[in-house]
Structure formats: C-alpha cells, structure tokens
Design a protein around this ligand. Structure first.
Ligand code: M6R
Length: 369
C-alpha cells in the first residue's frame, strides 16, 4: 500500500522519521545504549575485538562507510569497509579477534552471504545488520541486529539506508561503552541526538517541495556531481547512485578533497554540483575547506546546490540554490543530508516519465553472485 503516495519510494522516504525511531527503540535509555544481541555474545569476546570489517553492496555499503567513521571514533577500533564481492578475493587477514559486520536490507544478497560464510569459516565474529526478519544472512551470523524500517518495496533503498546508519551507530556506542573507550557523557550526548532525530528527519523530508522545483528546472540535466567530506562523502556517493538507478542520469560522488586531484577538470559552465556542507559550529575546519571547494568550482562555472545547516550564511554568495537542514551533531548530519538527494532522484525520475519503483535492469534483491 502506497499510503496515498505516487510511488513506494515516495512513501518510504516519508517513512524515514519512523524508521530511525523504530530502530533506536528499546536500545537506548537515559542510562545508556544496549543492544541485547551484542550483550549475548559476551562482553569478554567484544572487548577482545581488535578490528572490524564492514561488508555490504551498493547503498548498504555507503551506510557502512558512514557507520565506519562513527564506530572507529566511539569504540576506538580500526574499521574498514569492503564490498562483499571483493572481500574473499583478496584473501583477507582475519582472526578470532576480527568482527565482520554485514549490512543488508534484504538479508539475501548472495555476494554478502558468501562473504559472511567465508568469514564465519575462519573463526570471525559475524554480526548482521538486516531489515528482514529471519533472512538468510542474519541466520548465518553470530548476532543479528535488526533495523526496524518496515518492509521496503521500491528498488531504490531509502528508509533502510537511514535505519542501517542508525543501527551501526548503536553498535558503535555499545562497543565503545563495553570497551571503555567512550565516556558515559559522550554516550549521553549521542543518545540525546537520537531523541531529536525523528523530528529533524521530518524537517529534511519537508524539503520535498523545494527539491521538486529544483528538479523541475533541471529536468534536462545529463550529468550531476556530488561532493562531500568525512561522513558527507558516502552521502555524495549515495546521492549519485540514486540518480543513476532511477533517473538513468550520469552522476558521480567525490570526496571534496579529491577535486584538485582530477575531478575539477569536469567542471564546465552550468555543471550541476550538489555540495554537502558540514556544520560551521561542529566542524569549522571542514566547513571552511568545503566553502573553498565551492568557490573553486563556482569560479569555473559550476551550478552549485549547497546542502547546509540552517543559519550557515558562508555559502550564500557562491551557491545558486541552498537547501537548509536542521542543526545536528556531525555524525547525525548524513541522516538529514541524504533525504533531499533521495527526493531529487525521485523527482528527476518522475520528470522523465520513468517508473520510480521498478527501474530497468534492476531487482530489489540480488540473489546471484
Ligand atoms: O538487500 P541489500 O541491502 O543487501 O542490497 C544491497 C544493494 O543491492 C542495494 O542497496 C542496491 O544498491 C539498492 N538498489 C540501492 O538503492
């Protein structure tokens, strides 16, 4: 049931405040964060973990990339992200102190399932972040941390993505506390952010009208670039993937710092570039770097669409369009920034008369390697 929306994807974008709230529910209290499925593994085992590898494909891998920054920061455990289908072939160095966290909406992605089995056979602790109850991957894992985004029907993943990031953050906080790497105060600050998150995601969803206008003017666009830094970088990759998937438009995401190392040569008159601007309050250094990037591309003719936190006026002289989002701590910005990018892909797909929910050549769940 599309709930009155024109597509499942539109409904699912709109469901995102509930998706994050339901994923947090029961795992966060004023006294802390606890994921019972991780507790069941035993604190000794968790304290022994000295390396985490997140494996996933597509959008789930971008959620993994966002989560990796937070888990590493909070738990002080080195975290890397690998595409499931690349994992086995490099013959990764694994031990009984390694944790592999798989991320999969369906829990049936064959590439990810094979990677999980490969890891499990080598004595690794396997944790599954999955949206589908009793799917194969969580059943094959030592622990299943379910996202509670509800069934996702559209091929393009939206609400599962924000729920995956949320679940990975909860895992990072849980591990950080168990390992003693994270103070109770720092955990409490993150928990406070979770409390405010659904209302903020709702505000991000409310950018729809503005984005629809923007997409209307840009209906003939043939290529779009996305720039981000730190946790904004995987969001840039996700924004580009969404456009490719459902609007069949060439799009690329870059780490903003890479611009000068090549991609800036692509900038030509009128080239649309979405820039995810970190908060000047929480990330002043990154903010000033990204504002410089905006100046560089603007000077070369780019059409800049800046995604900023409300009140950030630094970009105004250089941006053609400004999308304003609520204030949030740095790790919580991606959960807001991705929403207008989802709407943008949906609106361009619609403007081109395409089937938003069933893009060509794609299946919701990829069950072959
Ligand atoms: O079910 P999974 O999360 O394992 O699926 C992984 C990817 O196939 C999936 O995220 C794909 O990239 C989506 N179509 C993205 O919108």
């Amino acid at each position: 049931d599309k709930g009155g929306w024109s597509s499942f994807m539109a409904k699912e974008i709109n469901d995102q405040p509930d998706a994050v709230e339901n994923t947090v529910r029961g795992r966060v209290s004023p006294s802390g964060v606890e994921i019972p499925e991780l507790t069941a593994l035993g604190d000794e085992r968790l304290r022994g973990i000295d390396r985490i590898i997140i494996i996933a494909c597509g959008t789930a891998s971008y959620a993994g990339q966002v989560g990796a920054y937070a888990i590493e920061q909070w738990a002080r455990i080195p975290v890397e992200v690998q595409l499931s289908h690349e994992f086995r072939y490099r013959e990764p160095v694994l031990s009984d102190r390694t944790m592999v966290i798989s991320v999969s909406q369906s829990g049936e992605t064959m590439d990810t399932l094979m990677a999980v089995k490969y890891a499990a056979e080598r004595g690794v602790t396997t944790v599954s972040v999955c949206n589908t109850q009793s799917a194969t991957i969580p059943r094959e894992s030592d622990a299943a941390v379910y996202t509670h985004a509800g069934p996702e029907v559209a091929v393009a993943s939206t609400k599962a993505f924000v729920a995956q990031i949320t679940a990975l953050y909860l895992i990072g906080l849980h591990l950080g506390r168990v390992k003693g790497a994270l103070s109770a105060e720092a955990a409490a600050q993150a928990i406070a952010q979770f409390d405010e998150l659904p209302a903020k995601v709702r505000e991000a969803v409310d950018t729809h009208e503005q984005i629809a206008q923007l997409a209307h003017w840009m209906a003939d666009t043939r290529s779009v670039l996305f720039l981000g830094r730190h946790v904004g970088y995987p969001i840039a990759l996700e924004g580009a993937l969404k456009l490719k998937e459902i609007a069949y438009i060439h799009a690329e995401g870059f780490a903003a710092g890479e611009l000068k190392h090549g991609p800036i040569a692509l900038i030509d008159h009128g080239q649309p570039v979405f820039v995810l601007v970190p908060s000047p309050r929480t990330s002043p250094l990154m903010h000033s770097k990204v504002v410089s990037n905006i100046q560089e591309i603007r000077a070369r003719g780019a059409r800049v669409i800046a995604v900023v936190e409300k009140g950030d006026t630094a970009v105004l002289p250089y941006a053609d369009d400004v999308i304003r989002l609520p204030l949030a701590d740095a790790f919580f910005e991606p959960l807001l920034q991705v929403v207008p990018l989802q709407w943008f892909a949906l609106e361009l797909s619609t403007a081109k008369g395409l089937d938003v929910d069933q893009p060509r050549n794609l299946a919701k769940s990829v069950t072959v390697e």
